[in-house]
Design a protein around this ligand. Structure first.
Ligand code: ATP
Length: 310
């Protein structure tokens, strides 16, 4: 964390819908020039948090500032520096891609006549510039939404699921574009996603949001070191095996009901010793496997959802 004023700061911000705490007291700080990803399952509260930041939803309690401005007192000057894409991008369906962007260009009172063309190129929309918005694929609708968010060269971008609807090549293109904006132009980006592998490649920091709470923040570069290596063990008498392992000083736990997990480096590095121990306890292993945790598993583990069906 550097000493500069954060680009986004929230203070125990919350939003309740009836008895649903969509966002439940989040303190978030996003540093200038940083790409910060909010990662969470469906319904975790990502969209609601972003909607509050852009003034689409009024917080039930707490406060937030973006680019140093309290969002309750935000003026047009602030929105001139902010671009956002929240949920399904909106466009005038009967207007073409270019007409939609020209209209946004006029509404923003922009003066650079080439800007629409360059943003169309940046977003890979040139072949579709003359196509009506209603006839676009989901991926190109998303690109148009991103083009509108980027049109006025904002210093801060808030993007709800920016990869939504994009094919794998499109995901890479948009990732490169966002990297470039952050690295070469110092743009700060807050985005949301439920795909850990994607945000791990894009973000500097990842905030895991679950049931409306920010439960963990991870430096994306440090993520691999956090992934657990484990030894997965199956025997015909797992309860006996667990007791034997506990007696030997390990802390076994169950993965689903049929496998035992050992996370101690001792066990992972010396599966032969575990095998010997289990043989001596009368429950020889039927399977021993060293497993490096996938990023997705890490995420599900952090949100306590590792037993949900894929
Ligand atoms: P997704 O990835 O599915 O978009 P999310 O993390 O963006 O999920 P939110 O859309 O913020 O989650 O929803 C958080 C919770 O708040 C959910 O339980 C949702 O049903 C509820 N919620 C969101 N908007 C409203 C609303 N307008 N009225 C009532 N409940 C809402």
């Amino acid at each position: 964390m550097n000493g500069a004023e954060p680009a986004i700061a929230t203070h125990i911000i919350a939003k309740e819908y009836g008895d649903v705490a969509a966002v439940d007291g989040v303190d978030l700080r996003v540093n200038p020039g940083e790409i910060y990803a909010l990662l969470g399952l469906n319904g975790a509260g990502k969209t609601t948090l972003i909607r509050m930041l852009v003034g689409m939803v009024r917080p039930t309690s707490g406060s937030a500032s973006i680019l140093g401005h309290d969002i309750r007192r935000a003026t047009g000057d602030l929105w001139a520096s902010v671009g956002y894409l929240v949920e399904t991008p909106s466009a005038y369906p009967e207007l073409t891609v270019e007409e939609n962007l020209r209209l946004a260009w006029r509404l923003r009172r922009m003066t650079d006549p080439d800007r629409v063309r360059t943003v169309v190129e940046e977003l890979g929309l040139t072949p579709y510039a003359g196509r009506r918005a209603r006839d676009l694929s989901l991926g190109n609708t998303q690109r148009l939404g991103l083009a509108k968010a980027l049109l006025h060269r904002p210093r801060l971008l808030l993007l709800d699921e920016p990869s939504n609807g994009l094919d794998p090549a499109g995901v890479v293109e948009i990732r490169d574009l966002l990297h470039d904006l952050a690295q070469r132009h110092g743009v700060t980006i807050l985005l949301s996603s439920h795909i850990l592998t994607e945000v791990a490649r894009l973000a500097d920091r990842i905030g895991i949001i679950h049931r409306g709470r920010l439960i963990e923040e991870v430096d994306a570069r440090g993520l691999p070191a956090r992934l657990t290596r484990s030894l997965l063990v199956s025997t015909r008498h797992n309860d006996t095996a667990v007791v034997a392992l506990r007696n030997a000083g390990y802390q076994p736990s169950y993965l689903h009901t049929d496998r035992i997990i050992l996370n101690e480096p001792d066990a992972v590095d010396r599966p032969d010793e575990i095998a010997t121990l289990l043989v001596e306890a009368g429950c020889p292993p039927t399977r021993l496997q060293v497993d490096a945790e996938e990023l997705e598993t890490y995420f599900l583990r952090r949100v306590g959802a590792d037993r949900i069906a894929p």
